[in-house]
Design a protein around this ligand. Structure first.
Ligand code: PGA
Length: 257
């Protein structure tokens, strides 16, 4: 079964009500493929979620950028899966490198919050990726498989059906230095082989592994045609009209009639 293309827009800590209205209006007016071809998810700042949920077209889903590791309660500043689900959300991001690096989230903590979110019914975009230092020392695959193993340590086979893996090399995030299609494909393919060996051939075949890091309209189509790239997690360009072109790169995956 073909994996459905997935495009996420990670708006990070950006936006005003005026600027996100413009983004939403632009997406609402855009011609994009149907949800049979591409699954589109946008992740606004948490306080903007209700606004985006109530204004965005129904074929674009809304995600949180983060979720708490446990249920609701005395955890100041956090947002539980229960609260996100109550708002009507279906998705959250976990493990973004900015949170790993700046807030000290470990792979174990990311796995715990991912599992909790799944157990409550959310789908999760779980992020992994190596730093430039790790790449230059030849450790890319060690790093990304260790980050994925931390999930595997806690997951049942069924849990993987609720997860999209976002491979985001840290050196490519927000830098304008996109991974080449060959660099990205090499890691995506290695991850898929890792899934086949360590989890199951079925999960390896079905799981979507999306690429993130300086994706733009100019590079999306070439990346999309790589066999093991199943979509994108887009930061900076998801705030711009070119996000529509990135969504439309999904058609590059569809065999010509
Ligand atoms: P970028 O960010 O597209 O701005 O590089 C990607 C991400 O962090 O998800």
């Amino acid at each position: 079964m073909a994996r459905k293309f997935f495009v996420g827009g990670n708006w990070k800590n950006n936006g005003t009500l005026a600027s996100i209205s413009e983004i939403v209006n632009n997406l609402n007016a855009a011609t994009i493929p149907s949800t049979d071809v591409v699954e589109v998810v946008v992740a606004p700042v948490a306080v903007h979620i209700p606004f985006v949920l109530s204004h965005i077209r129904p074929d674009i889903f809304v995600s949180s950028q983060n979720v708490w590791v446990k249920g609701s309660g005395a955890f100041t500043g956090e947002i539980s899966a229960e609260i996100l689900l109550d708002l009507g959300l279906k998705w959250t991001i976990t493990g973004h490198s900015e949170r790993r690096a700046l807030l000290g989230e470990t792979s174990e903590f990311v796995a715990d919050k991912t599992l909790y979110a799944i157990s409550k019914g959310l789908n999760v975009i779980a992020c992994i990726g190596e730093t430039l230092e790790e790449r230059n020392s030849g450790n890319t695959l060690n790093v990304v498989t260790a980050q994925t193993q931390a999930l595997a340590d806690k997951f049942s086979i069924e849990d993987w059906s609720k997860v999209v893996i976002a491979y985001e090399p840290v050196w490519a995030i927000g830098t304008g230095v996109v991974a080449t299609p060959e660099q990205a494909q090499e890691v995506h393919n290695a991850l898929r082989l890792w899934f086949a060996e360590k989890v199951s051939p079925e999960v390896a075949a079905a799981i979507r592994i999306i690429y993130g890091g300086s994706v733009t309209a100019a590079n999306a189509t070439t990346l999309a045609t790589q066999a093991d790239i199943d979509g994108f997690l887009v930061g900076g360009a998801s705030l711009k009209p070119e996000f529509v072109d990135i969504i439309n790169s999904a058609t590059a995956k569809v065999p010509a009639a």
